[in-house]
Design a protein around this ligand. Structure first.
Ligand SMILES: [Zn+2]
Length: 363
């Protein structure tokens, strides 16, 4: 670059000089846009930004590739029915550890585990798996009101948003139960259509904790109408759209995703699988055409469900093993995006820079 600039200096013709500068600028603009996020990240690092994992606080440097929405174990039995977990920790480790070690070998360093409390969140298992695999794992606080409130504890109906926020804040400040393990984001779940009174109360509780802690709000959302309703509630509370992750944005329409992404909302396309690859590729291409790759997150939303077959508890992959858990993005999706002309900088933006920007906390 310096030698090009020096050559330009010796040209006497001013018009030529101007044209050369324009050419240089034209060459530089795409580079500057894509590397802008890297510069921003460097600034964040300098300011001491961090992520809270199940094994403690970490900085933002050398995190490797990131999966922003996955699960380890999820128990669909329903809130407060059986003491959790129902499986043996050793069996869970034997089943899941090879998959996390594999991720580490493929260059992944960080994994956001999005199973909320009362639907199988098991932070001690996450900590053991993280220590054994070397993969950093982040857990969450918050409640899940989707699926007809099946996973909501009774007190979620009677307590105020302030009291719920206090319960979640205790987890953030002191750790979950007596484990000392702290959550690194807030996870909620809502159904379709505008939020109902309970869903709105949970979101208001999340907003109270978000304002105190800066914790990102990741929301499992039934459809585009529900996402718009969430956005309206958070902006009414004076909180910017960039503090919201529209989890399962694949359930909305392109028009809805584009409108909210333009407002700064993170668009999380979860559930990437070989069978539905074409639809994910199309959604991503349309975001790119609208210059919105900087709002995109992608994940498999894989994990294991707890199943009870005549008293024998087992862990079964979510899609019954049709896809090897956590593999499809780097094995199928990313090579396909590269073939379509996505640059390395664009891939890094989606798989590294965006998740960091979405989830990191300021001191
Ligand atoms: Zn999920």
């Amino acid at each position: 670059m310096e030698s090009i600039l020096r050559k330009r200096h010796f040209q006497s013709n001013k018009e030529n000089q101007k044209r050369s500068w324009l050419r240089l600028l034209k060459f530089l603009i795409p580079f500057l846009i894509l590397s802008g996020s890297v510069f921003l990240r460097a600034q964040e690092e300098a300011k001491g930004a961090f992520i809270v994992t199940v094994t403690g606080k970490i900085g933002l440097e050398n995190l490797g590739n990131i999966l922003p929405h996955e699960h380890v174990t999820t128990d669909f039995l329903g809130a407060e029915i059986a003491p959790q977990p129902r499986y043996s920790k050793d069996n869970a480790i034997t089943t899941i550890l090879p998959h996390l070690k594999n991720l580490k070998e493929k260059g992944y360093g960080l994994f956001f585990e999005c199973t909320p409390n009362y639907i199988g969140r098991d932070v001690e298992l996450l900590k053991a798996l993280s220590e054994l695999s070397g993969l950093k794992i982040v857990t969450n606080t918050g409640y899940y009101a989707a699926v007809n409130k099946k996973f909501l504890p009774k007190h979620a109906y009677t307590e105020s948003s302030e009291t719920l926020a206090q319960l979640w804040e205790k987890e953030w400040q002191e750790g979950i139960g007596d484990t000392g393990i702290r959550p690194g984001f807030i996870k909620l779940g809502v159904g379709k259509g505008p939020l109902d009174a309970i869903e709105e109360k949970l979101l208001n509780a999340a907003l109270v904790l978000h304002k105190k802690s800066g914790l990102q709000m990741a929301m499992h959302t039934g459809d585009g109408e529900a996402a718009l309703s969430e956005y309206q509630i958070i902006t009414k509370a004076g909180v910017d759209g960039k503090n919201m992750i529209w989890v399962h944005a694949q359930n909305g329409k392109d028009k809805e995703r584009i409108a909210l992404a333009k407002k700064g909302v993170w668009i999380s396309l979860d559930g990437v699988s070989s069978e539905k690859m074409d639809s994910y590729v199309t959604m991503i291409r349309i975001l790119k055409e609208n210059q919105l790759l900087s709002r995109l997150l992608i994940s498999h939303d894989n994990g294991w469900g707890v199943e009870d077959e005549k008293g024998t508890i087992s862990l079964v992959p979510f899609d019954k093993g049709k896809n090897v858990p956590y593999q499809t993005i780097h094995e199928v999706l990313l090579p396909r995006l590269q073939k379509m002309g996505f640059t390395k900088a664009e891939i890094d933006l989606i798989t590294i820079e965006n998740p960091i920007k979405a989830y990191s906390l300021k001191p």
